[in-house]
Design a protein around this ligand. Structure first.
Ligand SMILES: Nc1ncnc2c1ncn2[C@@H]1O[C@H](COP(=O)(O)OP(=O)(O)O)[C@@H](O)[C@H]1O
Ligand SMILES: [Mg+2]
Length: 208
């Protein structure tokens, strides 16, 4: 089988190839030799299970995700549909500003349905055919705890701040508007308050 390495990540390698005539992505979680072998297998297996489960589960909430074609837990690999678009991270700034509201809505839909993504970066949203797809659910969790949802918001805010500093204000404002429109005002107030708390703790810790 002809496979092309697309990305060597810290945790997983991404290959592209043809799976039964469809363009597909193979994501394989690599062995980490610094971890105890059986613990390593357990972690890679667990993240593979989580990712493949949640990729399919969230479709029922209306979140666009790649179809899962095949899973091998022992090898910690997932074969999924290739979304042939562009990561939001690589889009022109104006487009990122515009899509931030939709991203906020998608995160709101996840949280409303009790799912924390766990790795909310602009590289984990793929824009294709006017639709924003969500990927990379290996660190996601089923949780309705506002504290967990606040951690998600804190991370994406940090990413917008660092990777997209010039457009931070408008992207964050749009993100929050989209998020609020889905989770409702009460949840919005509760969770953004927790985000501020996390941030002030961070500042305090940095001073010490
Ligand atoms: N189903 C997919 N369709 C298209 N591109 C993908 C797909 N899955 C992953 N990618 C590409 O590979 C990159 C890394 O995959 P990801 O699942 O985010 O793993 P990592 O843990 O390394 O971030 C993504 O940012 C995206 O560019
Ligand atoms: Mg990723």
């Amino acid at each position: 089988m002809l496979m092309k390495l697309r990305k060597k990540g810290a945790e997983a390698d991404i290959y592209e190839f043809k799976w039964q005539n469809s363009k597909a992505i193979l994501k394989i979680r690599k062995i980490k030799n610094y971890r105890n072998a059986s613990l390593d297998l357990k972690i890679r297996k667990q993240r593979t299970i989580k990712e493949s489960q949640i990729l399919s589960q969230v479709k029922s909430f209306g979140i666009p995700t790649p179809l899962v074609y095949f899973v091998n837990l022992k090898k910690a690999l997932i074969v999924m549909q290739e979304i042939p678009g562009k990561p939001v991270h690589d889009l022109p700034e104006l487009k990122i500003v515009e899509l931030s509201k939709e991203i906020g809505k998608l995160v709101g839909m996840l949280h409303k349905n009790g799912i924390m993504h766990g790795d909310l970066t602009t590289s984990n949203f793929i824009f294709f055919q006017n639709t924003v797809f969500v990927i990379d659910f290996g660190l996601s969790q089923n949780t309705i705890k506002p504290e967990d949802h606040a951690v998600d918001l804190r991370l994406i805010k940090e990413i917008l701040n660092s990777a997209h500093a010039k457009i931070m204000e408008s992207t964050w404002k749009n993100f929050l508007n989209g998020y609020k429109s889905i989770v409702g005002n009460a949840n919005y107030v509760k969770i953004t308050k927790l985000v501020s708390e996390i941030e002030s703790r961070g500042r305090y810790a940095a001073v010490i």
